[in-house]
Design a protein around this ligand. Sequence first.
Ligand SMILES: [Zn+2]
Length: 130
Amino acid sequence: MSDAISLSHALARGFAMKCPNCGRGHLFGRFLKVVDHCEVCGEDYTPQRADDFPAYLVIVIVGHLTVPVILWIETDYSPPVWLQLAVYLPFVLFASLALLQPVKGAVVGMQWALRMHGFDENAPADIPPV
Ligand SMILES: [Zn+2]
């Protein structure tokens, strides 16, 4: 069943924080805690190893959104530093928190679609469990 689901579809379902396999079950039990099994289709998500990759992606995304705007505003308007900090720091904080769970869902969806780590049921037996 998982062979019929494309990588882009699994990424989109993961980004929507839904099960990459069925698209209906919730992928997260808590903020960044991936469920062990999908409540709808029973897909096992214990083999996921997202680790720090979602955080790195969020840093890249938020950085690429904010740094050009900050540079443009600074060179064209030069607002006071306190005003810049009052605007940029909350934006970066909330944008990072808002993106972290969807990006982690997309990473888990990618690992699942590409049969990475323990998602590969044909993995050699000599690979030790993580
Ligand atoms: Zn499911």
